[in-house]
Design a protein around this ligand. Structure first.
Ligand code: PRP
Ligand code: ZN
Length: 286
Protein backbone atom coordinates (compact mmCIF):
# COMPACT_ATOMS: atom_id res chain seq x y z
CA UNK A 1 0.00 0.00 0.00
CA UNK A 2 1.32 3.43 -0.79
CA UNK A 3 1.89 5.84 2.09
CA UNK A 4 -0.16 8.77 3.24
CA UNK A 5 1.12 11.87 5.00
CA UNK A 6 -0.53 12.34 8.40
CA UNK A 7 -1.30 16.00 9.12
CA UNK A 8 -2.11 17.14 12.66
CA UNK A 9 -4.62 19.98 12.82
CA UNK A 10 -6.17 21.73 15.85
CA UNK A 11 -9.38 19.93 16.82
CA UNK A 12 -11.22 23.11 17.76
CA UNK A 13 -10.19 26.63 18.57
CA UNK A 14 -8.56 29.62 16.95
CA UNK A 15 -6.65 27.71 14.25
CA UNK A 16 -9.24 25.14 13.21
CA UNK A 17 -11.07 27.22 10.58
CA UNK A 18 -7.88 28.63 9.05
CA UNK A 19 -6.32 25.18 8.81
CA UNK A 20 -9.37 23.62 7.13
CA UNK A 21 -9.70 26.57 4.74
CA UNK A 22 -6.05 26.29 3.73
CA UNK A 23 -6.40 22.56 3.01
CA UNK A 24 -9.45 23.30 0.89
CA UNK A 25 -7.63 26.03 -1.03
CA UNK A 26 -4.92 23.45 -1.72
CA UNK A 27 -7.60 21.28 -3.31
CA UNK A 28 -7.60 18.75 -0.47
CA UNK A 29 -11.09 17.55 0.31
CA UNK A 30 -11.76 16.45 3.87
CA UNK A 31 -15.05 16.26 5.65
CA UNK A 32 -15.08 16.45 9.41
CA UNK A 33 -18.82 16.16 9.67
CA UNK A 34 -19.09 13.72 12.54
CA UNK A 35 -16.41 15.26 14.71
CA UNK A 36 -14.09 12.42 13.82
CA UNK A 37 -10.52 12.27 15.09
CA UNK A 38 -9.08 11.00 11.79
CA UNK A 39 -10.19 11.67 8.26
CA UNK A 40 -8.64 10.45 5.03
CA UNK A 41 -8.67 12.99 2.19
CA UNK A 42 -10.63 11.95 -0.84
CA UNK A 43 -8.27 13.23 -3.52
CA UNK A 44 -4.76 13.61 -2.07
CA UNK A 45 -2.60 11.10 -0.13
CA UNK A 46 -3.07 12.73 3.27
CA UNK A 47 -4.85 11.84 6.47
CA UNK A 48 -5.92 14.56 8.90
CA UNK A 49 -5.64 14.01 12.67
CA UNK A 50 -7.65 16.40 14.81
CA UNK A 51 -5.76 17.04 18.06
CA UNK A 52 -5.35 19.56 20.88
CA UNK A 53 -2.97 22.19 19.55
CA UNK A 54 -0.76 21.94 22.65
CA UNK A 55 -0.10 18.27 21.87
CA UNK A 56 0.77 18.71 18.20
CA UNK A 57 4.54 19.38 18.56
CA UNK A 58 4.98 16.24 20.67
CA UNK A 59 2.92 14.06 18.33
CA UNK A 60 4.96 15.30 15.36
CA UNK A 61 8.22 14.73 17.22
CA UNK A 62 7.14 11.19 18.11
CA UNK A 63 5.91 10.46 14.56
CA UNK A 64 2.31 9.92 15.62
CA UNK A 65 1.67 12.57 12.95
CA UNK A 66 4.13 13.40 10.16
CA UNK A 67 3.49 17.12 9.94
CA UNK A 68 1.34 19.65 11.80
CA UNK A 69 -0.35 23.00 11.37
CA UNK A 70 0.21 24.76 14.69
CA UNK A 71 0.92 28.13 16.29
CA UNK A 72 4.55 29.14 16.53
CA UNK A 73 3.77 30.06 20.17
CA UNK A 74 2.98 26.42 20.98
CA UNK A 75 6.07 25.16 19.12
CA UNK A 76 8.31 27.56 21.06
CA UNK A 77 6.68 26.69 24.38
CA UNK A 78 6.84 22.92 23.95
CA UNK A 79 10.41 23.01 22.64
CA UNK A 80 10.22 19.62 20.92
CA UNK A 81 12.50 18.13 18.26
CA UNK A 82 10.64 19.08 15.09
CA UNK A 83 11.54 20.92 11.89
CA UNK A 84 9.85 24.24 11.18
CA UNK A 85 9.03 24.25 7.49
CA UNK A 86 7.19 27.48 6.71
CA UNK A 87 4.74 30.09 7.90
CA UNK A 88 1.15 29.50 6.90
CA UNK A 89 -0.10 33.08 6.92
CA UNK A 90 -3.06 32.80 9.29
CA UNK A 91 -3.73 32.73 13.05
CA UNK A 92 -1.69 35.84 13.76
CA UNK A 93 -1.52 36.68 17.47
CA UNK A 94 0.89 37.74 20.18
CA UNK A 95 1.88 36.44 23.58
CA UNK A 96 1.62 39.27 26.08
CA UNK A 97 1.72 40.10 29.75
CA UNK A 98 -1.48 41.73 30.96
CA UNK A 99 -2.48 43.26 34.28
CA UNK A 100 -5.78 44.46 35.80
CA UNK A 101 -6.84 47.81 34.30
CA UNK A 102 -7.24 49.27 37.74
CA UNK A 103 -4.76 48.42 40.44
CA UNK A 104 -1.35 49.10 41.82
CA UNK A 105 0.61 47.46 39.00
CA UNK A 106 1.85 49.75 36.24
CA UNK A 107 4.75 48.16 34.37
CA UNK A 108 6.68 44.90 34.16
CA UNK A 109 9.15 46.03 36.83
CA UNK A 110 6.24 46.05 39.30
CA UNK A 111 5.96 42.28 38.78
CA UNK A 112 8.87 41.59 41.14
CA UNK A 113 7.59 39.35 43.92
CA UNK A 114 4.23 38.91 42.17
CA UNK A 115 2.41 35.89 40.74
CA UNK A 116 1.77 35.47 36.99
CA UNK A 117 -0.70 32.90 35.63
CA UNK A 118 0.06 31.38 32.23
CA UNK A 119 -0.11 28.35 29.96
CA UNK A 120 3.32 29.38 28.65
CA UNK A 121 5.67 28.77 31.61
CA UNK A 122 8.71 27.98 29.47
CA UNK A 123 8.56 31.17 27.34
CA UNK A 124 7.56 33.31 30.32
CA UNK A 125 10.36 32.11 32.58
CA UNK A 126 13.03 32.83 29.98
CA UNK A 127 11.52 36.27 29.41
CA UNK A 128 11.51 37.06 33.14
CA UNK A 129 15.07 35.86 33.46
CA UNK A 130 16.20 38.03 30.58
CA UNK A 131 14.49 41.08 32.14
CA UNK A 132 15.80 40.15 35.59
CA UNK A 133 12.33 40.05 37.15
CA UNK A 134 11.72 37.73 40.10
CA UNK A 135 8.09 36.70 39.80
CA UNK A 136 6.49 33.33 40.46
CA UNK A 137 4.79 31.49 37.62
CA UNK A 138 1.47 29.79 38.20
CA UNK A 139 0.83 27.33 35.37
CA UNK A 140 -2.79 26.78 34.33
CA UNK A 141 -4.00 25.14 31.16
CA UNK A 142 -7.04 27.23 30.32
CA UNK A 143 -9.11 30.32 31.21
CA UNK A 144 -5.96 32.13 32.25
CA UNK A 145 -7.72 35.47 31.85
CA UNK A 146 -9.87 34.99 34.96
CA UNK A 147 -6.90 34.36 37.28
CA UNK A 148 -6.45 37.96 38.53
CA UNK A 149 -10.16 38.39 39.25
CA UNK A 150 -10.37 35.28 41.41
CA UNK A 151 -7.18 36.13 43.25
CA UNK A 152 -5.12 33.34 41.74
CA UNK A 153 -2.50 35.68 40.30
CA UNK A 154 -1.56 39.36 40.00
CA UNK A 155 -1.00 39.29 36.24
CA UNK A 156 -1.32 36.93 33.29
CA UNK A 157 0.77 35.97 30.29
CA UNK A 158 -1.51 34.79 27.49
CA UNK A 159 -2.25 34.93 23.79
CA UNK A 160 -3.96 37.99 22.43
CA UNK A 161 -5.60 37.97 19.05
CA UNK A 162 -8.47 40.45 18.74
CA UNK A 163 -8.00 41.62 22.33
CA UNK A 164 -11.61 40.92 23.25
CA UNK A 165 -10.75 38.38 25.96
CA UNK A 166 -8.56 40.96 27.72
CA UNK A 167 -11.20 43.64 27.29
CA UNK A 168 -14.01 41.52 28.76
CA UNK A 169 -11.86 40.65 31.73
CA UNK A 170 -10.76 44.24 32.38
CA UNK A 171 -7.12 43.53 31.70
CA UNK A 172 -4.57 45.60 29.79
CA UNK A 173 -1.46 44.52 27.92
CA UNK A 174 1.79 45.92 29.24
CA UNK A 175 4.38 43.92 27.32
CA UNK A 176 4.46 41.73 24.21
CA UNK A 177 6.80 38.78 24.54
CA UNK A 178 6.44 37.32 21.05
CA UNK A 179 4.44 37.54 17.84
CA UNK A 180 3.14 34.32 16.40
CA UNK A 181 1.19 32.78 13.53
CA UNK A 182 0.43 29.31 12.24
CA UNK A 183 3.39 27.39 10.96
CA UNK A 184 3.97 24.05 9.29
CA UNK A 185 6.14 21.69 11.32
CA UNK A 186 7.47 18.31 10.32
CA UNK A 187 8.88 15.18 11.89
CA UNK A 188 12.65 15.08 11.44
CA UNK A 189 12.75 11.63 9.83
CA UNK A 190 10.12 11.45 7.11
CA UNK A 191 10.36 8.54 4.70
CA UNK A 192 11.30 9.32 1.11
CA UNK A 193 7.73 8.67 0.02
CA UNK A 194 6.28 11.03 2.64
CA UNK A 195 8.80 13.70 1.67
CA UNK A 196 7.48 13.57 -1.88
CA UNK A 197 3.91 14.08 -0.64
CA UNK A 198 5.08 16.96 1.58
CA UNK A 199 6.81 18.57 -1.41
CA UNK A 200 3.67 18.45 -3.49
CA UNK A 201 1.66 19.86 -0.56
CA UNK A 202 4.21 22.68 -0.22
CA UNK A 203 3.94 23.38 -3.94
CA UNK A 204 0.20 23.86 -3.48
CA UNK A 205 0.69 25.94 -0.33
CA UNK A 206 3.05 28.28 -2.11
CA UNK A 207 0.63 28.73 -5.02
CA UNK A 208 -2.14 29.61 -2.57
CA UNK A 209 0.07 31.97 -0.55
CA UNK A 210 1.39 33.80 -3.62
CA UNK A 211 -2.13 34.21 -4.91
CA UNK A 212 -3.26 35.72 -1.59
CA UNK A 213 -0.46 38.28 -1.67
CA UNK A 214 -1.15 39.33 -5.23
CA UNK A 215 -3.99 40.91 -7.17
CA UNK A 216 -4.90 40.86 -10.83
CA UNK A 217 -5.23 44.44 -12.07
CA UNK A 218 -7.05 45.58 -15.23
CA UNK A 219 -7.21 49.18 -16.35
CA UNK A 220 -7.76 51.38 -19.36
CA UNK A 221 -5.01 53.79 -20.33
CA UNK A 222 -4.39 56.37 -23.04
CA UNK A 223 -1.76 55.00 -25.44
CA UNK A 224 0.68 57.85 -24.90
CA UNK A 225 0.88 56.95 -21.18
CA UNK A 226 1.39 53.20 -21.71
CA UNK A 227 5.15 53.27 -21.14
CA UNK A 228 4.85 55.01 -17.78
CA UNK A 229 1.95 52.83 -16.68
CA UNK A 230 3.75 49.62 -17.67
CA UNK A 231 6.73 50.66 -15.58
CA UNK A 232 4.44 50.99 -12.60
CA UNK A 233 2.98 47.53 -13.28
CA UNK A 234 5.79 45.10 -14.02
CA UNK A 235 3.59 42.01 -13.68
CA UNK A 236 4.80 38.43 -13.70
CA UNK A 237 6.74 38.79 -16.97
CA UNK A 238 5.43 42.01 -18.46
CA UNK A 239 1.91 43.45 -18.56
CA UNK A 240 -0.54 42.35 -21.25
CA UNK A 241 -1.71 45.20 -23.51
CA UNK A 242 -4.82 44.91 -25.65
CA UNK A 243 -6.25 47.65 -27.88
CA UNK A 244 -9.64 49.05 -26.89
CA UNK A 245 -12.35 49.61 -29.49
CA UNK A 246 -11.93 53.31 -28.77
CA UNK A 247 -9.05 54.76 -30.80
CA UNK A 248 -5.99 55.78 -28.75
CA UNK A 249 -6.79 53.65 -25.70
CA UNK A 250 -5.57 50.27 -24.45
CA UNK A 251 -6.49 47.81 -21.75
CA UNK A 252 -3.58 46.84 -19.48
CA UNK A 253 -3.58 43.61 -17.43
CA UNK A 254 -1.03 42.83 -14.76
CA UNK A 255 -0.35 41.21 -11.38
CA UNK A 256 0.83 43.25 -8.41
CA UNK A 257 1.29 42.65 -4.72
CA UNK A 258 -1.42 43.80 -2.36
CA UNK A 259 0.95 46.20 -0.57
CA UNK A 260 2.30 47.67 -3.81
CA UNK A 261 -1.22 48.23 -5.04
CA UNK A 262 -1.99 50.92 -2.46
CA UNK A 263 1.29 52.68 -3.22
CA UNK A 264 0.76 52.59 -6.98
CA UNK A 265 -2.92 53.41 -7.30
CA UNK A 266 -2.50 57.21 -7.08
CA UNK A 267 0.32 57.18 -9.62
CA UNK A 268 -1.79 55.11 -12.02
CA UNK A 269 -4.64 57.57 -11.75
CA UNK A 270 -2.43 60.62 -12.20
CA UNK A 271 -1.09 58.99 -15.37
CA UNK A 272 -4.56 58.78 -16.85
CA UNK A 273 -5.54 55.22 -15.92
CA UNK A 274 -9.31 54.70 -15.80
CA UNK A 275 -11.72 51.89 -14.99
CA UNK A 276 -9.23 50.19 -12.66
CA UNK A 277 -10.38 46.72 -11.57
CA UNK A 278 -8.59 44.74 -8.87
CA UNK A 279 -9.44 41.06 -8.81
CA UNK A 280 -8.39 38.37 -6.33
CA UNK A 281 -6.31 35.49 -7.66
CA UNK A 282 -7.16 31.97 -6.60
CA UNK A 283 -3.90 30.16 -7.41
CA UNK A 284 -0.62 31.48 -8.73
CA UNK A 285 2.16 29.37 -10.20
CA UNK A 286 5.22 31.24 -11.39
C1 PRP B 1 -6.28 32.28 23.21
C2 PRP B 1 -6.16 32.91 24.58
C3 PRP B 1 -7.43 33.70 24.77
C4 PRP B 1 -7.85 34.00 23.35
C5 PRP B 1 -7.50 35.42 23.00
O1 PRP B 1 -6.71 30.98 23.29
O2 PRP B 1 -5.96 31.95 25.58
O3 PRP B 1 -8.40 32.92 25.40
O4 PRP B 1 -7.17 33.12 22.47
O5 PRP B 1 -8.13 35.81 21.79
P1 PRP B 1 -8.79 37.25 21.65
O6 PRP B 1 -7.71 38.28 21.93
O7 PRP B 1 -9.25 37.29 20.21
O8 PRP B 1 -9.92 37.35 22.61
P2 PRP B 1 -6.46 29.83 22.14
O9 PRP B 1 -7.31 30.10 20.97
O10 PRP B 1 -5.02 29.68 21.88
O11 PRP B 1 -7.06 28.53 22.80
P3 PRP B 1 -6.37 27.41 23.68
O12 PRP B 1 -5.53 28.14 24.69
O13 PRP B 1 -7.54 26.68 24.23
O14 PRP B 1 -5.56 26.57 22.75
ZN1 ZN C 1 -4.18 25.32 23.17
Amino acid sequence: MSETLRIAVQKSGRLYDGSMKLLKECGIEVSNGNNQLRVIAANFPVEIFFLRDDDIPEYVQDAVADIGFVGENVVKEKNKEVDTIEKLGFGKCRLSIAIPKTGALQSISDLNGKKIATSYPFILSSFLKEKNIQASIHEISGSVEIAPKIGLADAICDLVSSGSTLFTNELKEIETILYSESILISNKKLSAEKKIILESLQFRLSAVKKAKNNKYVLLNAPNEKLDTICQLLPGMKSPTILPLAEEGWSSVHSVISETDFWNIIEKLKSNGAEGILVIPIEKMIV
